[in-house]
Structures are given as structure tokens and as C-alpha cells.
Design a protein around this ligand. Structure first.
Ligand SMILES: [Zn+2]
Length: 333
């Protein structure tokens, strides 16, 4: 099915063949719905996205319509078609043909709905030979295409804020996802540090369990704390050289800009997220009365994490870290 132009009705309509017996059903339902049903469900239930911005409850009309501001009526008709073909559940799939056949023009409260009515009427006028129902997905270039891509759909439903200055230091290729996530929480100041817990409950002891400083703040943990700074210094002093810092924001700034390049940049980002994760885990263990680890033990742990990660990336055949272990070992002397 070629991609539709902006003026044509994008989805073909089979008036005579039920979808269940359509030779294209495997495309229409099995691939387009069974695999994407969860997405359709998410789009329909959880969001108010432009890709399925019209709610169609039955073949007899619209319900709770909500339209994307920038979409014209032709796009809305497409949206309707997308919605109609991916509606709610495989068991209650509404054929586009049924939508069209059962459609009756009526007075609409919103001008946009009137426009959509007109678009459906145009589909109806085209008659019997429009082919089978298919699902079209809105893509990043604002066109509707038969190919589904989760990244495209995600871009359609998410609200995109301005890029933050530190994102490259947190999210990068071949990172360790759970470490990136924890670092992201830290950067967003969402970790339950002593300072934050004190704001919720005045009875909480906000002191640092790593060095007994009276107030455990984010900046203290990463890496003003005497325990944390010992670890950070041992791991990065030789790599950061004149950019060495114990301030998390300065470190993130260095690792999010072209200050460092290539393998060294990757290693530093990896060490940062592994160190933040390891220190936070150690802090939690101590808060919950478990056995504590010395700074030396944590340094060894992080060193092993970094070596294993570099090795695993190399094993995947990537050449970008071929000198990774060499650089890391040299910095550890
Ligand atoms: Zn401390």
C-alpha cells in the first residue's frame, strides 16, 4: 500500500469482504493489531495523542472527540481510519468499511467534527473499490505510513521539553541502564537523601551514614563526602586531570560537552554512573543496618564493573573501545 498523499483518503475501504475473511487479514489484524494492540490500547487509554485523537465508540458516530490542533480535516479522517482499524481490542475491531457504511451526516457541535463528517462522506462516495482496511501510523514527518515503529509512535505521544544540558552525561550508548536511571534520579534530585527526608519528616536523622556529616545532601554524597571523594579520586583523578572536580554538576558538565572524546569520555561516563550507583547502594545498606564496605572495597567493585563492561562491549565486536582496557588500566596505576 503506497503512502497516501495529503489530499487523498489514506486508508482503503473494503465494503464487501468482512475483515475476518479478508486475504489481507494477516496484515490488518495479525501484524497490525496483534503485535500493536498494546500500543493501540496505550494510545487510546493512557494518552491524548494526535495519532488517535478521535474516539470512535461505535460505527454509528463519534464520541468524546478531541482533535489535534494542527491537524486538518483530511488528517482527521486518516486518524479516524487509524483509530477505526485499531480500535480497542481484536475482538471488537471495527472495520473501516463499517464505519463508512453506517455513517450518517449529522449536525456537529464542533466545526472540526463537521469537517471529519465531510471527509468520511467523501470516503463513502468513493464506493466499493477502495481495497482492504489497513492500519496507518503517524510518523515523525507528520505523514501516515503502514509501517509501525515504536520510536515514531513514542515521539507522537510524548511531550518533548527542551533538551537539558547534562543529558549526554547520563544517557549514552553502551551505558548500564539501571546505573543511568539512578544517575538520572540523582540529577533530578529525586533520591531520598537525608535533606529531602527531613523535609517530609522532622524526626528523620538527616546525617550522612558514610562520614557522619550532619546533613546528607545530594552534593555531599556526590562527592563532597570524605568517603565518596576518596572513591571518586582514586578512580578518575588520572583521567579527568585538570578537569578533576568533586562537584557533581561540574563533573556532569565536563562529561556532557566535548571536553572529553572517544574512549576516555565513555569510560568517565561509565565510572560516574557506576560510582553514583555503588555509593547509593552502600548508603542504603548502612541505613538499613547491613554490613558496611570500605572505600577500598567499593573502588575494587567499580573497577571490576568498568572492566567487565568494556570487555563486554568489545566482545560485541565494536571497535570503538578497542583501547578501552588499556586506557583504564593505565589510569589505575
Ligand atoms: Zn558523608
Amino acid at each position: 500500500m503506497p503512502e497516501s498523499s495529503s489530499t487523498e483518503v489514506p486508508t482503503s475501504v473494503d465494503m464487501s469482504v468482512p475483515l475476518a475473511s479478508s486475504p489481507n487479514r494477516s496484515f490488518c489484524l495479525s501484524s497490525a493489531l496483534a503485535l500493536k494492540w498494546a500500543w493501540a490500547k496505550i494510545l487510546l487509554v493512557g494518552f491524548n495523542p494526535p495519532i488517535v485523537s478521535i474516539s470512535l465508540s461505535t460505527a454509528h458516530g463519534f464520541q468524546g472527540s478531541k482533535a489535534h490542533e494542527s491537524s486538518d480535516s483530511a488528517c482527521m479522517a486518516r486518524t479516524l481510519v487509524v483509530h477505526a482499524a485499531s480500535h480497542v481490542s481484536p475482538a471488537s475491531v471495527q472495520r473501516v468499511s463499517a464505519v463508512v457504511v453506517n455513517h450518517r451526516s449529522r449536525r456537529r457541535r464542533l466545526p472540526l467534527l463537521t469537517s471529519i463528517d465531510m471527509e468520511i462522506a467523501k470516503i463513502k462516495e468513493k464506493g466499493q473499490n477502495l481495497g482492504h482496511d489497513i492500519v496507518l501510523w503517524k510518523s515523525s514527518d507528520n505523514k501516515f505510513k503502514p509501517r509501525f515503529a515504536s520510536s515514531n509512535t513514542w515521539q507522537q505521544i510524548r511531550h518533548a521539553d527542551q533538551k537539558v544540558s547534562w543529558y549526554k552525561g547520563v544517557w549514552f550508548s553502551d551505558s548500564i541502564p539501571k546505573f543511568s536511571f539512578l544517575l538520572w534520579l540523582a540529577v533530578r534530585n529525586r533520591l531520598s537523601t537525608g535533606e529531602r527526608m527531613l523535609a517530609w519528616n522532622r524526626a528523620v536523622n538527616p546525617s550522612c551514614v558514610l562520614c557522619n556529616a550532619p546533613m546528607e545532601t545530594l552534593e555531599h554524597l556526590f562527592f563532597a563526602c570524605s568517603y565518596s571523594s576518596q572513591i571518586w579520586k582514586a578512580l578518575t583523578n588520572q583521567l579527568l586531570t585538570r578537569h578533576y572536580s568533586l562537584n557533581l554538576w561540574e563533573i556532569l558538565s565536563s562529561l556532557s560537552t566535548p571536553t572529553f572524546k572517544g574512549t576516555i569520555c565513555y569510560i568517565l561516563r561509565l565510572v560516574l554512573q557506576a560510582t553514583v550507583h555503588s555509593i547509593w547502594m552502600e548508603r542504603n545498606r548502612r541505613r538499613h543496618g547491613e554490613l558496611s564496605s570500605s572505600a577500598e572495597q567499593l573502588i575494587k567493585l567499580i573497577d571490576r564493573i568498568v572492566r567487565n563492561k568494556i570487555s563486554s562491549v568489545q566482545l560485541l565486536g565494536s571497535r570503538k573501545l578497542e583501547d578501552g582496557l588499556q586506557i583504564w588500566f593505565a589510569s589505575r596505576d
